[in-house]
Design a protein around this ligand. Structure first.
Ligand code: P1T
Length: 396
């Protein structure tokens, strides 16, 4: 999103409005021709020009720029408090655009818990094939960054809360330290969303999302997003977005834009329902440990209370009876559907060790095999509690 859509006007200063208003209106002024209040799905792949190289209204080719995509980019950038936002075809292609900014031989420091696909992209695609080095760091101890920092280290990549262990890292402390060392900090804000956490305001340089999750919110669109306030990085990102071409379709942008309008109300309910699930899990004998930043005993609780508005809809837990129990439990729920992904209205349950995090097996990011992760949806909390209770009771 470099500049607005000249055909749309109004709501030019989204920063004057609250988050909930921006979620519905930022980047989405009424259509001047029809008065339509919903951003049109702009399907045209190409746009008429007045003279060679002089597009009529700033658009020339839909990979380079598309009105529906620009509306969506302006909206999510505004929610992240960013000047620049770029939509990608998936979370991983958004991440890829950032890794492409680093020259071969550079090193990325990575939190020691992250989505398995992110690790695979860093370690296998950009590591073994394109010469980027990586090292995993326990970012709950930011001082460890200094210990492993080399002249080639350029970027610290972190999720907070992390997927799937729900660890919490202090964005402000890490950003200060990394800036002193001359690097940049990227925060994957997928679990928290901009409603609960604003990494750029805490000093992060870049925010990345799997928009497939809470931003879309309905399990019907795969997408990714990058937001930043750095102009030169924005120039490089817009270049890669066009030159590589991993852009979402206009319909995907429409779905994500439609989904993000309800992000605040969905997140409030996700957090409430997660709290109910956490209480159930804490009280159940089959559960050995509950991982949720909202718990007072969570090691990151104090940081999360400071840097998040609430604790989110993701909950992980470990089972007394180990891996077999975890694999059985995930097949005995009815409302919690056994599936990968997260962040949508429906509740999902999964076994990270053999599903979303299989690609970290044997690495510093390996996850315990007795771990179960739930994405708590916005169904009736009573139904969710009853469903998980009957499944846990079967383990007795
Ligand atoms: O799936 P995709 O839209 O490409 O996004 C990748 C991604 C990036 N970052 C985080 C924190 C993620 O959780 C994901 C995708 N995660 C899952 C599919 C999952 O079930 O954990």
């Amino acid at each position: 999103m470099m500049g607005g859509d000249p055909l749309l006007s109004g709501f030019e200063n989204p920063e004057d409005f609250g988050f909930e208003t921006r979620a519905i209106r930022a980047g989405q002024p009424h259509d001047q021709r029809t008065g339509g209040v919903v951003t049109p799905i702009s399907l045209s792949t190409t746009f008429a020009q007045d003279a060679p190289g002089s597009p009529k209204n700033g658009y020339e080719y839909s990979r380079t720029g598309n009105p529906t995509r620009h509306a969506y980019e302006a909206c999510v950038a505004s929610l992240e408090g960013a000047k620049y936002g770029f939509a990608f075809a998936s979370g991983l292609s958004a991440e890829d655009a950032l890794f492409r900014q680093l020259s071969p031989g550079s090193q990325i420091l990575l939190g020691n818990d992250a989505y398995g696909g992110t690790f695979r992209l860093i370690d296998s695609v950009h590591g073994k094939k394109s010469g980027l080095a990586n090292a995993a760091v326990d970012l709950t101890k930011p001082e460890q960054i200094e210990e492993v920092w080399t002249p080639d280290t350029k970027m610290v990549w972190l999720e907070t809360p992390t997927n799937p262990m729900l660890s919490v890292f202090d964005i402000q402390a890490i950003a200060e330290l990394v800036h002193n060392l001359g690097g940049i900090v990227v925060v994957d804000n997928t679990f928290a969303t901009p409603y609960l956490q604003q990494p750029l305001s805490l000093g992060a340089d870049v925010v990345v999302h799997s928009a497939t999750k809470y931003i879309g919110g309905h399990s019907d669109v795969v997408g990714g997003f990058v937001a930043t306030n750095h102009e030169s990085l924005a120039d490089d990102l817009v270049y890669v977005q066009n030159a590589v071409g991993a852009v979402p379709s206009p319909f995907d942008c429409y779905l994500a834009l439609r989904g993000v309008k309800t992000l605040p109300v969905r997140m409030d309910r996700h957090c409430e329902n997660a709290q109910r699930i956490v209480s159930l899990l804490k009280a159940h004998d089959a559960v050995s440990q509950v991982l949720y930043p909202g718990l007072a005993e969570h090691p990151g609780h104090e940081i999360a209370s400071r840097q998040m508005k609430n604790f989110g809809g993701m909950v992980s837990f470990r089972l007394v009876a180990g891996q077999a129990a975890a694999e059985r439990l995930v097949t005995t729920t009815e409302i919690f559907t056994l599936a990968e992904s997260l962040g949508a209205v429906e509740s999902l349950i999964e076994h990270p060790g053999v599903m979303t995090h299989l690609s970290v097996a044997g690495s510093a990011l390996e996850v315990p095999d007795d771990l179960v992760r739930v994405s708590v949806g916005i169904e009736s909390a009573d139904d969710l509690v009853a469903d998980l209770t009957q499944a846990l009771d079967q383990l007795a």
